[in-house]
Design a protein around this ligand. Structure first.
Ligand SMILES: [Zn+2]
Length: 319
């Protein structure tokens, strides 16, 4: 029997956990659903990610409001994916900041990505009618963007570490408590979605740059918060290992002139013993393998996923 498309049959609600990681640093995790966070300045808030709809983001904001009533001055978008940006309206943020490549990707494929992700993960789109339209950053940067938090809180540094999960991922570094919001560049015991990724860059210099922060706590895109240097490095290295296995398996099949389907099966067999039980593993893998394959074909800029192309690749690989 064919597997249900992507996460379309995943309808069970997840338990959400709000953790206060340091004075004024909040992370909300949800058993493998997208994570989000917030950082307090003296008289304002910086929110990191926005979930898929304003209704979904409002639920998180209500929880955050039991800790602080400060207004949201900044909304940081770690990258362009719909399930992390389309809830932005709930925050009423003064400034929406993202990497310049994220702006380019939203302009180029934001609508297609919205349609694609809605089809893949309908459960995340609570009350989709509350989405007013695409989310566009109001400020962009190329290398770093510094926000002074005020008082003795130090700075929040947004940094580009190189191409990775997308062309425009950024991390948010809370300097004083040494806490890193890594977005989808790192996943803690959740499968990687790499359908728009640059696997060689990501598994090399980009993850090296993420590791170089030497964070004491790390919040990845999905999965629990990792605490302590050892666990943080372990999460980074698991992410690197997942990518390295895909590169190795797909590369070998491509090299010998095999098919995409063979590459998928080899990659699935190699990853499943260690990573097969992680959230969204079966969902992600066809799209991941297709993108690794495209990179070996010399396609540098990722092809746009449409709802139709999603189904084609799924039907070809996950039958
Ligand atoms: Zn993503």
């Amino acid at each position: 029997m064919a597997k249900p498309f992507a996460s379309s049959a995943d309808l069970g609600e997840k338990t959400r956990t709000l953790e206060v990681l340091a004075d004024g640093v909040y992370a909300l995790t949800a058993e493998g659903d997208p994570n989000i966070g917030a950082i307090e300045g003296e008289d304002f808030l910086v929110c990191f990610e926005a979930l898929a709809t304003p209704a979904a983001a409002k639920g998180w904001l209500d929880e955050l409001r039991t800790h602080t009533a400060k207004p949201v001055k900044y909304l940081v978008l770690s990258h362009y994916h719909a399930v992390r940006v389309l809830g932005a309206a709930a925050y009423d943020a003064e400034i929406i900041v993202a990497h310049e490549n994220t702006k380019r990707l939203i302009d180029e494929r934001g609508q297609e990505d919205w349609d694609s992700e809605y089809g893949r993960m309908p459960r995340l789109f609570a009350h989709p009618e509350t989405i007013p339209g695409l989310t566009h950053p109001t400020e962009t940067f190329s290398d770093t963007y510094r926000i002074a938090l005020g008082g003795d809180r130090g700075d929040l540094v947004l940094a580009y570490c190189g191409r990775g999960h997308t062309a425009g991922d950024i991390v948010a570094w809370v300097e004083k408590p040494r806490i890193l919001f890594a977005g989808d560049l790192v996943e803690a015991e959740a499968a990687l979605y790499t359908g728009d990724a640059f696997h060689h860059d990501w598994s090399g210099a980009t993850l090296d740059a993420v590791k170089a922060f030497e964070a004491e706590a790390l919040i990845g895109g999905r999965g629990g918060v990792t605490h302590g240097r050892e666990q943080v490095d372990a999460a980074i290295e698991q992410t690197r290992d997942f990518i390295a296995i895909m590169l190795r398996e797909v590369g070998a099949v491509h090299e010998r002139g095999g098919t995409l389907k063979e590459a998928f099966e080899a990659t699935h067999a190699a990853l499943a013993p260690t990573y097969g039980h992680w959230p969204i593993f079966e969902h992600c893998l066809p799209f991941d393998v297709q993108r690794v394959w495209d990179e070996y074909e010399g396609i540098d800029w990722p092809r746009i996923w449409t709802a139709e192309r999603d189904r084609e690749v799924w039907d070809q690989l996950q039958d």
